[in-house]
Design a protein around this ligand. Sequence first.
Ligand code: 5AD
Ligand code: SF4
Length: 470
Amino acid sequence: MITKTLEITKKKKRISNTRKFSIISYGCQMNVSDSEVVASILEGIGYTYSNDLNESDLILLNTCSIREKAEITVRKKLETINAIKKNKKNLKVGVLGCMAERLKEKFLIEEKIVDLVVGPDAYRDIPNLLKEIEFGNDAVNVLLSKEETYADINPSRFNTNGINAFVSITRGCDNMCTFCIVPFTRGRERSRDPKTILSEINNLVKNGYKEVTLLGQNVDSYLWYGGGLKKDFNKASEIQRKTSINFAMLLEIVAKNFKNTRIRFTTSNPQDIDKEVLETMAKYENICNHIHLPVQSGSDEILKKMNRKHTVEEYRELVKKIKKILPDCGISQDMITGFPNETEDDHLNTLKLMDYVKYDFGFMFKYSERPGTLAAKKFEDNIPESVKQRRLSEIINLQLKHSYQNLFNYRGKKVKVLIEKESKKSSEHWCGRNPQNIMVVFPKGKLKIGQYADVTILDNTSTTLIGQII
Ligand code: 5AD
Ligand code: SF4
């Protein structure tokens, strides 16, 4: 009895002594996934997660450099965190992710606003870097790697609904779209060992997760041949090449092994998604019929300047193929407006392409020049802000029109929804997505989070379907 009390006291003491960390993720889903890897590494050295910045000993910002606006948001947050730091001298602040990679020592040495700078491939070094801080040394590691995929690390899902999880399958990008900073901040493309992907999903399923999203900058280009960069595949041995696993194969293995789990993936690049992938999607009911298929522009001239690896016609053919093989497949887009030298005709061609595809939803952006990219070196950012803004509004308005019309067409139909959370607007409604990745809201009935609901659609906005359980 006495020993037990002692044990409890010891435990309590240990808990009260543990250091706390917070991570805030900006930008893409890859950062959310990476933050879970970082959380796992920190928990391994005795830290516990806290969502209260004021009680944290270590605050990490996992940052995004994709557009200037994303960087400004991070800088504003750093200002508020540094205000907390004034009253809490022991607080350590770190910058992770793409901004860390892009700006390197600048944060630490020139600006002196953070204690730690870690690039996307160097998270395993965080425990050593934290020690360096204690010794009063600079703590920077922005080395990019040819192999790192964090394959063996079981991510710590510190901010989860227990239903959906991201599973990273590739890192980096070789596409070199001229506007994009990602190939510079996340390095060359490499794929993760499929065994570790399966074991991560297995863990998730055992813990009650119902949906996994396979993640990568370019998932369709996944290629496992024993490790190493995608670009070095040709140098691999014959046996490595013959036994390699591509994305369609991986998708099939995952779908077969986890029949009761919903499988999603993102992002797809038009030149890499092939018939095999589409046929695999058609073959397995648990692979959700939604493809996020960024196009960026509907003009061949602009696509060429962007170094996109497809023409408008090839993209249209691909969409035709998707609709033939997967008639009910949702398709979404990313679009950039106001790329250097974009003419009114180029813009009209973008609207024309949108009219052809009639995307379900999309993410639309004004071109933001990123230092060091090929576009920044080669072209002047010469479209006036007012023109960029007007074109963006036209694109957004057209997308809203298509979204509304597509969602309107669901009225009277039955959809299968995985219940994910309570609706933000009403505690009496559930919210979840159909396979096409569209939000559906409906009265709770007797169902619970994590269950599937068959819902008849009665109403819609341009972003949400509203219905009732059948
Ligand atoms: N300016 C504007 N949008 C960009 N994107 C990537 N780089 C830029 C940039 N420099 C957009 C693309 C990409 C999405 C993730 O972000 O549309 O698909
Ligand atoms: Fe950037 Fe293009 Fe790679 Fe996407 S495919 S991450 S836009 S370089």
